[in-house]
Design a protein around this ligand. Structure first.
Ligand code: FMN
Length: 149
């Protein structure tokens, strides 16, 4: 089961996470999609494949519904996430100095804790609907490959 978790303030990342979810289902992959607030951060131990879709708010901060996970992954020193395969899709706006910072943070925290990146992070601007297509196609190809291996 692939877990898609989204961090959102006004719904863009939620909508995109559901698009990703439907695309994975259409490709024959088992997928589940929730906001970060649906699970305590310790749920990360139970996930083998994690796709994060998150926006950035404030001055480079996590959306409210992602702040618990952001803090947990940032401040837990003894996490071993060697079991976890992940990819991050960030939504932001290049108008802001800390462009897509929350997505960059999650990418960095997961890597620091030993998780394995399956696809390079995509940082999307306000016209994200025109940007995510090739990344999503590549994600599906990589997941199919990993899951059938
Ligand atoms: C008050 C405010 C602060 C924002 N701060 C940032 C930021 O620091 N960095 C960034 O890349 N985007 C920032 N954004 C842009 C949002 O991340 C972007 O509009 C995103 O698509 C929103 O997605 P959401 O609806 O899922 O929350 C900000 C937007 C608002 C309204």
């Amino acid at each position: 089961m692939i877990q898609i978790l989204y961090g959102t303030q006004t719904g863009n990342a939620q909508n995109l996470a559901h698009v990703v979810h439907q695309s994975l289902i259409d490709a024959g992959l088992e997928s589940d999609v929730h906001g970060f607030e649906a699970h305590a951060p310790e749920f990360v131990y139970d996930i083998k494949f994690l796709i994060i879709v998150t926006s950035t708010y404030g001055d480079g901060e996590a959306p409210d519904n992602a702040s618990d996970w952001h803090s947990f992954l940032k401040f837990s020193d003894d996490l071993n996430l060697g079991h976890l395969h992940y990819a991050v899709l960030g939504l932001g706006d290049t108008y802001y100095p800390h462009f897509c910072q929350c997505g960059k943070d999650f990418d960095e925290f997961l890597k620091t804790h030993g998780a394995q990146k399956i696809l390079g992070r995509l940082d999307c601007d306000t016209y994200y609907e025109e940007q995510y297509g090739p990344w999503l196609n590549e994600l599906i190809a990589v997941l199919k490959n990993k899951i059938s291996a």
